[in-house]
Design a protein around this ligand. Sequence first.
Ligand SMILES: C[S@@+](CC[C@H](N)C(=O)[O-])C[C@H]1O[C@@H](n2cnc3c(N)ncnc32)[C@H](O)[C@@H]1O
Length: 236
Amino acid sequence: MDDALRQAIELLLDPPAHPDVSRGYLDLLQSGTDAPSNSGVIQKAWASRAGSMLYDHAQLLNRRLLSATRPPLDWLGVPPGGIALDVGSGPGNITAALARAVGPGGAALGVDISEAMLERAVAAQAGPRVGFVRADAQRLPFRDASFDAVVSLAALQLMPDVVAAASEMVRVLRPGCRIAVMVPTVGPAAAMRVLAKGGARFFDEDELGDVFEGLGLAGVRTRTRGPIQWVRGQKA
Ligand SMILES: C[S@@+](CC[C@H](N)C(=O)[O-])C[C@H]1O[C@@H](n2cnc3c(N)ncnc32)[C@H](O)[C@@H]1O
């Protein structure tokens, strides 16, 4: 087992007696989850092999062209040798970028609910410093204050209980460390109607910033570029 998965197991609230890492990721969802689940067509697509492949290609192109879709790695300031968490990690390239930003001795973990996405992430990105966990972001399996940075890109809009997911991100972050979240916001009405019909929500200008402030994050900043919004903050 790679070191990153070993680290993931060490950080668990309730480590299983026989962790299942048979598919290259740590699977914590075999027995199901009682957190609310998303049955919309968008999440169904991300849970399928074809949909996850399409998404993977689209996001690579998107990130090459649009700097607003890339995470603020320098701003996160993960200390050398630290550990970062990517929530709703999809194909895992952001998780791998986080691990590179942490530098030697550090690691990054990605959490996702979709087996198809995790399969792609493991094939393309997993290694000694990059590990993936199948779990629900609305009930993260990690102990409090486990991570030196937490990011989540284009994933919160798919979660039925956004406040639970945001609160979990803050809970697992160490005091003094930073969080950066990217979500779709109120943008061109037609695109937003498509998202809403597909089971993804979009956020009002101050909505997510207010949620994170309510959870005690300090210095919360929101930046919106067209239909993309970044919310950043620091745990006191
Ligand atoms: C649009 S993709 C974004 C992937 C990646 N963050 C990126 O930016 O390329 C959204 C991801 O969130 C995951 N997701 C949705 N609901 C989730 C949940 N409750 N817990 C964990 N992951 C979830 C989906 O399976 C999907 O892989």
